[in-house]
Design a protein around this ligand. Structure first.
Ligand code: HEC
Length: 272
């Protein structure tokens, strides 16, 4: 091998080794700075054929409604999205159930005389916002605004499909006593997975915080799991359609490739 080539090969190999080392070191360094690496969970919506666990996501809506919605808005969601056909795949509540859920809330409106009034919400209304504005939200939460949860399951994590849900689940189950030597200011809480470990959100999901109508035992983990399924559905309600289309496209390509091959054999059969 000529000398120049040897030198080139060596520098390429060195560069590759350096990149590999950097790549391997990066997540560990980030984890130390930002919070522990969330463990990977086995979500039904992951992978090529993924679908939502609707029973879990519906329980998750109950958790959002009864627990999270006292602090967190979901401004992209309308009540009708919860219905059979709403929001991409729909969450599968019946039309009557959706009407009943909406009617529990009041929305500001104007009457025919142009005067401000309140009326019960309808399926077409957006989810009720717990605070009139960010200032009020921050004032009630130790200076931190509880972020809108509509797209939360996609807004966190390294970008892989299940990274966001893995983080949300880890965050919701990651409230522990602070390790020795770690100071947590009054009114804030220790969380193993939150960047910087100190969060204004309290550990809210104590066992039995909700009572599930389907008899599922509402443990802390179960509620965190269900609400994360719900948040993944709100973040990408059309996930199932996207995956079904992907499967169809691949099947089509396989059949089409076979067709092309047989045509090619026919056309060229006598040419040799
Ligand atoms: C008492 C108010 C309150 C309740 C109830 C509450 N949260 Fe929060 N949440 C907060 C606040 C405040 C923050 C911002 C925390 C911070 O920035 O330190 C937050 C942040 C979050 C975050 C973002 C964490 C991050 O990485 O930035 C998620 C996810 C979250 N909450 C989910 C939930 C879910 C799901 C529920 C219901 C099970 C819930 N919260 C209930 C107050 C609340």
């Amino acid at each position: 091998m000529p000398l120049l080539d040897k030198i080139m090969l060596r520098s390429v190999l060195t560069a590759a080794a350096v990149l590999l080392t950097l790549g391997a070191g990066f997540p560990a360094a980030r984890a130390a700075e930002e919070g522990a690496e969330p463990p990977a969970q086995n979500w039904t919506f992951g992978g090529f054929f993924g679908t939502f666990d609707r029973a879990s996501a519906q329980r998750g809506f109950q958790v959002y409604k009864e627990v999270c919605s006292t602090c967190h808005s979901m401004h992209l969601m309308s009540y009708r999205d919860l219905g059979p056909g709403g929001g991409g795949g729909g969450l599968g509540f019946s039309e009557d159930e959706v009407k009943a859920i909406a009617a529990e809330y009041k929305v500001a409106d104007t009457n025919d005389a142009g005067e401000p009034m309140e009326r019960p919400a309808t399926p077409a209304d957006r989810f009720h916002n717990p605070f009139p504005n960010d200032k009020a939200a921050a004032a009630a939460n130790g200076g931190k605004v509880p972020p809108d949860l509509s797209l939360m399951a996609k807004a966190r994590g390294a970008g892989g499909e299940t990274d966001g849900p893995n983080y949300v689940f880890a965050f919701l189950t990651g409230f522990h006593d602070a390790p020795e030597g770690v100071q947590v200011p009054d009114g804030l809480n220790y969380n193993a997975y939150f960047p910087g470990h100190v969060t204004a959100m309290p550990n809210i999901l104590t066992d039995g915080a909700v009572t599930y109508s389907d008899g599922t035992n509402a443990t802390h983990e179960q509620m965190a799991w269900d609400v994360t399924n719900f948040l993944m559905w709100t973040a990408e309600p059309s996930l199932e359609q996207r995956k079904h289309t992907g499967v169809k496209v691949v099947l089509f390509l396989i059949v089409f490739a076979g067709l092309l091959y047989s045509v090619k054999r026919k056309v060229w059969a006598n040419a040799h």
